[in-house]
Design a binder for this molecule. Structure first.
Ligand code: NAD
Length: 259
């Protein structure tokens, strides 16, 4: 029997990268996984992959930056499956731009997804979790939220806010038995990083793939990561092992930062 047997998990941004890896991992542990993504075709493909491997999953179209859509998806999940046990706020977008060149529209776009999207989906998920007096909420932060970085200011600010929201929601929900924690990955080989690498290259002149390759030099464990590297922590935070843990952010990044 898996650690997440019969649990209902909603993962945003699970059509790709780390969200997809977590969806596959949760399904293997016995959860029914709802793959919610802007890219609904991609979400359906992940559902097919999970089903073919003997797991259970379904797809939902969701733009997390729209709080009404988030509320509707949570209500649908509760109606269809009777509960929502696990929410992983994973959907996120990046931006590589100097402070001077970042526009108000770019700032709003990053915050609409990474912060407002995460906050209001969490708000919606708190309703059934508070009523059932149990639940696990896992937020995708980043080491970018642990310290500032050149050319990454808006994204860093959004991820520092994710760490802060994690702490506040954890305090609000502690009396109801809901655990709220976050993960802070480092440099993960996903489509997101391919875009980041390109945006860095446009500014620094580095060739495609070079920024990503160079990043490995600053990682004590000697390599960049793959989406599967964060899955064990994601399973732990969703399962019973984390019952006495809340308001924490765990770095899963090969030792790059120590706070
Ligand atoms: N890749 C990294 O190095 C890295 C490091 C630290 C943190 N992160 C964070 O991890 C999370 C996942 O990143 P990834 O690298 O797997 O990215 P990815 O680009 O591979 O996947 C992101 C997914 O989110 C979806 N998405 C984007 N906007 C959305 C929206 N408004 N509503 C719903 N879905 C939306 C995309 O369609 C995509 O399927 C993000 O929050 C990212 O900021 C990534």
């Amino acid at each position: 029997m898996g650690t997440l047997e019969n649990k209902i998990a909603l993962i945003t941004g699970a059509a790709s990268g780390m969200g997809k890896a977590m969806a596959l991992g949760y399904a293997k542990e016995g959860a029914h996984v709802v793959i919610a993504d802007l890219n609904v075709d991609g979400a359906k493909t992940v559902v097919e992959e999970i089903t073919a491997a003997g797991g259970s999953a379904s797809a939902k179209a969701l733009n997390v930056s729209n709080p009404d859509e988030s509320k509707a998806v949570v209500e649908e999940v509760v109606k269809e499956y009777g509960t929502l046990d696990i929410l992983v706020n994973n959907a996120g977008i990046g931006l590589i731009k100097s402070v001077e060149e970042t526009t108000p529209a770019e700032w709003d776009r990053i915050f609409a997804v990474n912060v407002k999207g995460l906050f209001f989906l969490t708000q919606a998920a708190c309703v059934p979790m508070r009523a059932q007096r149990s639940g696990k909420i896992i937020n995708m932060a980043s080491i970018a939220g642990r310290r500032g970085e050149a050319l990454v200011s808006a994204y860093c600010a959004s991820k520092a806010t994710v760490i802060s929201i994690t702490q506040s929601v954890a305090m609000d929900m502690a009396p109801y038995g809901v655990n709220v924690n976050a993960m802070a990955p480092g440099i993960v080989d996903t489509p997101y990083w391919k875009e980041v690498d390109k945006q860095f290259g446009d500014i620094t002149g580095k060739a495609e793939g070079e920024t990503f390759k160079d990043a490995a030099a600053g990682i004590p464990l000697g390599r960049t990561s793959v989406p599967e590297d964060i899955v064990p922590m994601a399973i732990f935070l969703a399962g019973p092992g984390s019952n006495y843990i809340t308001a924490q952010t765990y770095n899963v990044e090969g030792g790059m930062v120590m706070s």
